[in-house]
Ligand binder design. Sequence first.
Ligand SMILES: [Zn+2]
Length: 134
Amino acid sequence: MPRTKADTPAKPVKLRVRKGDIVEVISGKDAGKRGEIIAAHPRENKVTVKGLNIVIKHQKDRPNRKPGATGPEQVIKGGRIEKEAPLYASKVMLVCPNCQRPTRVGYAYKEGTEKLSRRKYRVCKHPDCGKPID
Ligand SMILES: [Zn+2]
């Protein structure tokens, strides 16, 4: 079968945010809210933020078909299930842990004479802060 554009995963992008970061949403229904990233999806350029971009799934009751289960049929209760949906990484901004403001992310290198001791780290882009983020 010929591969369509949709089956081909986009090249993973390097996200400027990662799991555990606090971010502020800058657009969409949750604009202005903050939350912690609980999952990053570089392949889709998306992140999942705890408690934000909640979608309600309507799940039907369905039988629990465990192998070897006997007796009365057990049912996994359905209903309205609230779940965080991933949102585009471009819709969130990293909140600087030093100045507590949403910031753009810059990169800097740790001092080191050896090539391998140079390590990239993120910095706050606010001119009056400029502190390393991690
Ligand atoms: Zn800062």
